[in-house]
Design a protein around this ligand. Structure first.
Ligand SMILES: [Zn+2]
Length: 273
């Protein structure tokens, strides 16, 4: 389904995990972000792109290497790929691919394109890196913590901020990389909100928001959750998790990721983090 649509920006939302795929149009390019999940959803995005593309070159942005975000790559074989340098150098490419195969075989999914790990044409390696394509300015920030290879992208012309798997309103932080790095990324997000005043925040799962207060609230909420993770590990007291299920719902789905976060906090404590 389409969650949000303006003449320059369309946010598709998958039925699965409310994962977003953004299509951004400027005078110079069409940019598709993380095209996902189901074959009919991906061909819907592909068809939309074909209808609007005109003569403009097509770019794909991958916000990070989690399998759900990269499984649509080869459905857009003509696109140039933007991702972080860390994404390109990912030592666990095979792991992401195996998760895609696991998912597809579990649900007997048939795709009309091959599954492969994206080749990166434009690698992002530093904070504030700017890619200029004609008049279109794309500004990037490294965003580790969820995974090590995450990226924030800001389309400066309209102020659209693509945040990957951060600042969701329907998920607490999922920490696969490091709690400390996650906190620093959220602090970076706070600076972006103050300095850039983005017009729209687009998370990888859930609702986009144009409210600055809502953007800041999502930062505060993430930091609060991460702090509680750390406290639970350090004090040995149970995490006060009832508020999570009141706040987010989907308890049966979110209990697993929360448990993994607690294990990550334990591991970091033992490592002296
Ligand atoms: Zn992710």
């Amino acid at each position: 389904m389409i969650q949000h649509r303006t003449p320059h920006l369309t946010i598709f939302e998958s039925a699965l995990y409310r994962t977003t795929s953004t299509v951004l149009q400027t005078d110079d390019i069409v940019l598709v972000v993380d095209p996902n999940w189901l074959p009919a959803e991906i061909s819907g995005i592909r068809q939309f792109v074909q209808e609007v593309q005109g003569g403009r070159p097509l770019f794909l942005l991958f916000t990070h290497s989690d399998y759900d975000h990269i499984l649509g790559w080869r459905a857009f074989p003509q696109a140039k790929v933007i991702a972080s340098k860390t994404f390109a150098d990912n030592p666990d490419k095979e792991k992401s691919l195996e998760q895609i195969r696991q998912f597809d075989e579990e649900y007997y999914i048939r795709r009309d394109y091959p599954i492969a790990y994206p080749n990166v044409d434009i690698g992002i390696f530093e904070d504030g890196q700017l890619i200029e394509l004609g008049q279109t300015r794309l500004r990037f920030y490294l965003a580790p913590g969820h995974t090590a290879d995450g990226l924030f992208a800001i389309a400066e012309n309209a102020g659209d901020w693509i945040a990957g798997d951060y600042l969701s309103n329907i998920e607490f932080p999922f920490v696969y990389d490091s709690i400390h790095a996650y906190e620093e990324t959220i602090q970076k997000a706070q600076r972006i909100i103050i300095e850039y005043e983005p017009a729209l925040l687009i998370p990888g799962h859930g609702d986009a928001t144009s409210s600055r207060q809502e953007m800041l609230n999502r930062c505060t909420e993430s930091l609060h959750y991460l702090q509680q993770l750390r406290q639970a590990a350090q004090s040995g007291k149970p995490f006060p998790e009832e508020y999570l299920w009141k706040r987010y719902g989907n308890r049966r789905g979110l209990a697993g990721p929360h448990r993994e976060n607690l294990e990550m906090a334990e591991k970091e404590k033992e490592a002296g983090g």
